[in-house]
Ligand binder design. Structure first.
Ligand SMILES: [Mn+2]
Length: 432
C-alpha cells in the first residue's frame, strides 16, 4: 500500500496525517492544480456537491449516499473548510483523493478557501490547535490559490439512468425506472429511501403552465423507519424503459452545465472570460474572481448589491441570457444554505446545491448532491479541441439546449453517535 493510500485510510478514520506528509501532499496537489485551467472540463457522469464546511462525518455520509471515490466521479464546488470542527480532516481527505484519482474528483474554490476568511471562521484556529503551528494552514492556503474557479460538465444525459445500488433492494425495485427530467430521493441515516418525487420533462419553457418552476423538494422527510414511501413506476427494473412518450422534439443536444461556487459577475459575459482571469492569488475583495465566489441569485431584475459586502445579486434575466449566450442549460452553484438541500430557480436555469446537513450542527437542514448521468446516445455536447463546447455555429435557428436529467439525493446529518462532538455555541451570519 502506498503512503497516499495509507493517508487516505487514516483520514477516512478521521485521524490526521503528520505535518511532513501534509506538506508533501500540498506540494503534489499544487503541481496537479497548476495544470488545470480556471474552468475545468468534466465529463458526465458526475455527482455535484455543495458546501462541506468541515463537517467530516457528514462528508462520510455523502460518500455513503453518493458512492465512494473512484467508483463515483465527484465535483465539489468549494467551501470545504470553516464552521465545522473537522476542516482539516475533510479538506486533506479530499486533497488526497484528488492527488490519488485526479480524473475522478474535481475541486473548485469557494469563498472560504481564502487566508482572510479562514482566519476569522475557524480553519486557522483548528490548524493551530491540531498541529501546534500555522504551517499546515499555510500549506493549505497555498493550495487554495491554485484551485480552479469553475467547471463545465459536458455530455450529461437528458434522461436519468436507473438508480444505482446505493439504495436498499426494496426501495430500488420501486425506483429503478426514471425517465423523468428531475428526480429527488430522500434518504434516511441508514441510506434507505424515505421519499421519492419526480417531475416529467417539459418540452420548453413556453408551454409550461403558470405553476412555479422554481423546484424545491418535499419537506416531509420524517417517514418512520422502514417505511418506504417511494412511488411505484411502470417499466421493468433496470431496463431504463420510458413509460411516458416524450416525443423526439427534445432529444437534441444537452447544454453544458457551468459549476461555480457563488455565481455570475457583471464583468463576465462568457465562460471564455473566466478562462482569462489570473486566478493564482488570494481571493480579491472585488472583481470577476471575487464575484464568481461570492455572488447569489435573487428574485430581482438585472444586478443588485449583495448584503454580503462582496459579489453581487443577479436575477433570472441575467441567468437566462448567460446560459443562452454560452450554450449552457444550467448553472450549478453552492454558497447558500438551503433548508431542503437544493433549490432550482429561474425556470431551472440555476440550482443551488448545499451539502452540509444540519449546518453548524444546529440549522436543522437536510443536504443534497446532484447526479448528472452520461449521455450514451451520442447526442450530447461535444468538446472541441480548443476547450469550447457545442456552441451555435452562427447558423440561424433554434439555439435552445436541452436540460440534463437531474437526480438529487437528499440526506440528513450523520447519526450523532458517529461523531462524538460537543454542542456548539450559536454562530451568527450563516450567509457567509
Ligand atoms: Mn460560500
Amino acid at each position: 500500500m502506498s503512503d497516499l493510500d495509507r493517508a487516505i485510510e487514516q483520514l477516512r478514520a478521521c485521524r490526521l496525517i503528520p505535518e511532513s506528509q501534509v506538506r508533501e501532499l500540498c506540494y503534489k496537489a499544487r503541481e496537479l492544480l497548476i495544470e488545470e485551467g480556471n474552468v475545468v472540463s468534466v465529463d458526465a457522469p458526475v455527482t455535484i456537491c455543495g458546501d462541506i464546511h468541515g463537517q467530516f462525518h457528514d462528508l462520510m455520509e455523502l460518500f455513503r449516499v453518493g458512492g465512494d471515490v473512484p467508483d463515483t466521479n465527484y465535483l465539489f464546488m468549494g467551501d470545504f473548510v470553516d464552521r465545522g470542527f473537522y476542516s482539516l480532516e475533510s479538506f486533506l481527505l479530499l486533497l488526497c483523493l484528488k492527488v490519488r484519482y485526479p480524473d475522478r474528483i474535481t475541486l473548485i474554490r469557494g469563498n472560504h478557501e481564502s487566508r482572510q476568511i479562514t482566519t476569522v471562521y475557524g480553519f486557522y484556529d483548528e490548524c493551530i490547535r491540531k498541529y501546534g503551528s500555522a504551517n499546515v494552514w499555510r500549506y493549505c492556503c497555498e493550495v487554495f490559490d491554485y484551485l480552479a474557479l469553475g467547471a463545465i460538465v459536458l455530455g450529461a444525459s437528458s434522461e436519468l439512468e436507473p438508480t444505482s445500488s446505493t439504495v436498499n433492494d426494496t426501495a430500488q425495485s420501486n425506483l429503478a425506472i426514471a425517465d423523468s427530467e428531475l428526480e429527488t430521493e430522500v434518504l434516511d441515516s441508514r441510506g434507505h429511501v424515505t421519499m421519492s418525487t419526480y417531475r416529467p420533462r417539459q418540452r420548453s419553457s413556453s408551454d409550461a403552465s403558470t405553476d412555479s418552476r422554481n423546484i424545491s423538494p418535499p419537506r416531509d422527510i420524517s417517514a418512520a423507519p422502514g417505511q418506504v414511501a417511494a412511488p411505484s413506476r411502470s417499466g421493468a427494473p433496470g431496463t431504463g424503459a420510458s413509460s411516458d412518450g416524450n416525443g423526439s422534439a427534445v432529444t437534441s443536444r444537452t447544454g453544458a452545465v457551468l459549476c461555480v461556487h457563488g455565481g455570475l459577475s457583471p464583468l463576465i459575459d462568457s465562460v471564455d472570460k473566466i478562462r482569462l482571469i489570473d486566478r493564482k492569488q488570494e481571493v480579491p475583495h472585488e472583481g470577476a474572481m471575487c464575484d464568481l465566489l461570492w455572488s447569489d441569485p435573487d428574485e430581482i431584475e438585472g444586478w443588485g448589491l449583495s448584503p454580503r459586502g462582496a459579489g453581487f445579486l443577479f436575477g433570472g434575466d441575467i441567468v437566462k441570457q448567460f446560459n443562452h449566450l454560452n450554450g449552457l442549460s444550467l448553472v450549478a452553484r453552492a454558497h447558500q444554505l438551503v433548508m431542503e438541500g437544493y433549490k432550482e430557480m429561474f425556470d431551472g436555469g440555476i440550482v443551488t446545491v448545499w451539502s452540509a446537513p444540519n449546518y453548524c450542527y444546529r440549522c436543522g437542514n437536510v443536504a443534497a448532491i446532484l447526479e448528472l448521468g452520461e449521455d450514451a446516445s451520442g447526442g450530447g455536447t461535444v468538446a472541441r479541441s480548443n476547450g469550447e463546447f457545442g456552441r451555435s455555429n452562427g447558423i440561424s435557428g433554434d439555439n435552445r439546449v436541452v436540460s440534463p436529467g437531474r437526480r438529487y439525493r437528499v440526506f440528513e446529518a450523520a447519526a450523532q453517535d458517529t461523531r462524538g462532538m460537543p454542542a456548539k455555541k450559536p454562530v451568527a451570519d450563516y450567509f457567509l
